[in-house]
Write a protein that binds this ligand. Sequence first.
Ligand code: 5RP
Length: 220
Amino acid sequence: MEQLKQRAAKKAVESVTDGDVVGLGSGSTAAFAIRELAERAIEIKGVPTSFQARKIAIDEGISVVDLDQVEAIDIAIDGADQVGDNNIIVKGGGAAHTREKIVDSAAERLEIIVDESKMVSTPDYPVPVEVLPSARSVVYERIRQLGGTPSLRIADEKSGPVITDNGNMILDCAFGEIQQPRKLAKKLSALPGVLEHGLFIEMADQIIIGTENGVETRAP
Ligand code: 5RP
């Protein structure tokens, strides 16, 4: 699987050129892309989407800047938890989707990189929803009313909940197969206390899929 992720990452960085401002996605697949970018002998500026992406970029010698220090982002390269038909993507498995959505949407071009196991027809991955800590019980109930099954994301190596880079919490919200993603996205965005949800709809310009046999690209 790691090799498949790396294949997709390698392909994505081919479209980055000297002088580009690059949105740096989060997660293990995006980490491969950051390392591949460092391998290329080009000068770029990276706009990280998380503490993790920033740290890897700095360790690899890529100069990092904040979003408010650039006029535009030429390309963003990011991973995903599931990629469905019609450019419906679920992200946020790494709890970084709020900044990812901001940076990815600001980019001229968004390349999503995944291994083939992430490709589905209708996404059913529980939608990560970042909530203000004080709003979590209210949002929890609202999500149940929307037909979802929310669950507070608990940290692995700490007692208690995962705290995002923004100081908030994550509700992973299972909706089964998401048949009406646009409707659901609107409803989740409208809930007071919700910072951002992990449904990325029609945002990607290209999906790059690492497979056993090589790389496939899909332009939605
Ligand atoms: C982080 C994300 C990641 O892109 C997503 O979770 C995929 O991660 P990985 O490449 O490790 O499978 O959305 O918030």
